[in-house]
Design a protein around this ligand. Structure first.
Ligand code: ADP
Ligand code: MG
Length: 152
């Protein structure tokens, strides 16, 4: 799904998130996402659709004070979805002290990190990078790059 996407409203951004989730469930790969870019760019909105795609019923919110939120996934292979917001995280060590190392090394976890650039060193090269840009009031430019770095 690497490419540049333009969405005209929040629903289109959610739909893109949902499609990405279904791909992960089918392929059992690309399970780590780093979402970066403008405040109000649509990172949380994308993850609301993403969670729907994973079959999660509870609502995904902007976790202002919460850094890590865990959701159960009913799937033959994957167990949990972790929504992580690093807006208030300053260092790689900080997220590791919250037990992130164990979470990320488990292949049955799906992980999406808002402000993932804050913990760049902790995220593996195969992480999918998704960049959000506010074009105008309702238009967003969403660039998906997977993997974020060449793994060879
Ligand atoms: P972030 O998590 O990147 O800070 P949010 O998803 O919390 O951004 O907020 C995006 C805001 O922009 C929401 O209020 C949403 O309704 C609005 N919005 C307007 N157009 C779009 C669009 N095309 N895609 C996503 N959000 C949009
Ligand atoms: Mg957000």
């Amino acid at each position: 799904m690497s490419g540049v996407y333009k969405t005209q409203n929040p629903d289109e951004t959610k739909e893109l998130g949902k499609r990405f989730a279904l791909k992960i469930l089918n392929q059992k790969e690309k399970r780590i996402l780093s979402l970066v870019g403008d405040l109000g760019g649509g990172k949380t909105t994308f993850l609301q659709g993403f969670a729907v795609g994973l079959g999660i019923k509870s609502r995904v919110l902007s976790p202002t004070f919460l850094i890590i939120k865990k959701f159960k996934i009913r799937h033959a292979y994957f167990n949990f979805f972790y929504h992580i917001d690093c807006y208030r995280v300053q260092t790689n060590e900080e997220i590791l002290s919250l037990g992130f190392g164990k979470v990320i090394s488990n292949p049955q976890n799906i992980i999406a990190v808002e402000w993932g650039d804050r913990i760049d060193k902790v995220l593996p090269p195969e992480t999918t990078l998704i960049n959000f840009e506010v074009f105008n009031k309702n238009k967003r430019v969403i660039k998906i790059k997977c993997p974020r770095k060449k793994t060879s």
